[in-house]
Write a protein that binds this ligand. Sequence first.
Ligand SMILES: Cc1cc2nc3c(=O)[nH]c(=O)nc-3n(C[C@H](O)[C@H](O)[C@H](O)COP(=O)(O)OP(=O)(O)OC[C@H]3O[C@@H](n4cnc5c(N)ncnc54)[C@H](O)[C@@H]3O)c2cc1C
Length: 325
Amino acid sequence: MIFVITEHRDNKLKSITSEALVFAQRVGQDFGQPVTAVVLGANVSGLADELKTKKIDRVIVAEHPDLAEYSPDRYVEALKTILGNEKPFLVIVGHTTQGMDFAPRLSVSLRRPLIAGCVEYEKQGDRLILTRQVFNAKMNMKTGVRGESPYFATASPGAFQADELQSGGNAEIVSVAVQFSGPVRRKLVERVEAPRGMVDLSAAPIIVAGGRGLKEKDNFKIVFELAEALGASVGASRPVVDSEWLPREYQVGSSGQTVSPKLYFAVGISGAIQHLVGMQTSRCIVAINKDVEAPIFKVAHYGIVDDLFKVVPALTKIFKDLKVS
Ligand SMILES: Cc1cc2nc3c(=O)[nH]c(=O)nc-3n(C[C@H](O)[C@H](O)[C@H](O)COP(=O)(O)OP(=O)(O)OC[C@H]3O[C@@H](n4cnc5c(N)ncnc54)[C@H](O)[C@@H]3O)c2cc1C
């Protein structure tokens, strides 16, 4: 059995859940193992109904008022009960702030291995080998799990494509009663949402990101104009943020957000490794840079070697004209 611990907010499944389910569906097919999605929350029957239509075998729902908001203590307690009854082979969690908050606690409390930030896997005989990236994604490390299952794996955002999730299922929904006796050592006090529209880059299908090549803050308006013409979000490299042209939430890279949109424009960004690790899994990368040797071209699917101050306004005009016609 393969379990996916779903992630949701405001009664909507987060895209990492679809990515984790893709991971599970693939491992499930290769190892001949059924897939179960687990939903923890309060009043989450709508999410279970949505998951039921995916090509999986079962949805386990545990509802409790204490699960209305995410709590690491409550998640670990609830999941220990559920997994204890089931003995799965693999448990997949999103490699997100939430997932990396509770998954290590859970695996340690069950004394089972956790492989964090998985980007791929392979089957060697009966053995599951999980791949994760190390040294700022410069190297892949393959880890063979052994000992008694369950094995825990967190799925790196963007490594598995959400749109490959297979639907057409009619999974059984099973409700599980959970009770809590342990202490809650951490409570959610307040949730501060990022300003709307621009900065939840992790879910943006198109991103236009600008770098130091824009030279000064005011010039960034051509990036916003291109983004608007495309219906895209705006991102930035770190020097842009360090120079206070844009707030920290816009930063893409190892010390910023990890993104994996369908289309990523890198405008005047050299492609330092710390930037690449945050965007290189994007489906299509278009780089605009006047330096043909810029490392960004190594990951770009399309490259435009020219002055961005010529290219970006020209692209904006093309996309605006396309919209009008
Ligand atoms: C611990 C650590 C963490 C880091 N984290 C991050 C991170 O999260 N995100 C991140 O982005 N960086 C990060 N960095 C910084 C990273 O190493 C690079 O310095 C940074 O990504 C470079 O940003 P850039 O590409 O915008 O600027 P530059 O490297 O200066 O590149 C500017 C590019 O613009 C091009 N250009 C200039 N003028 C034009 C023009 N007129 N037309 C077209 N092209 C032009 C140039 O050819 C050049 O390639 C980190 C560094 C460290 C040490």
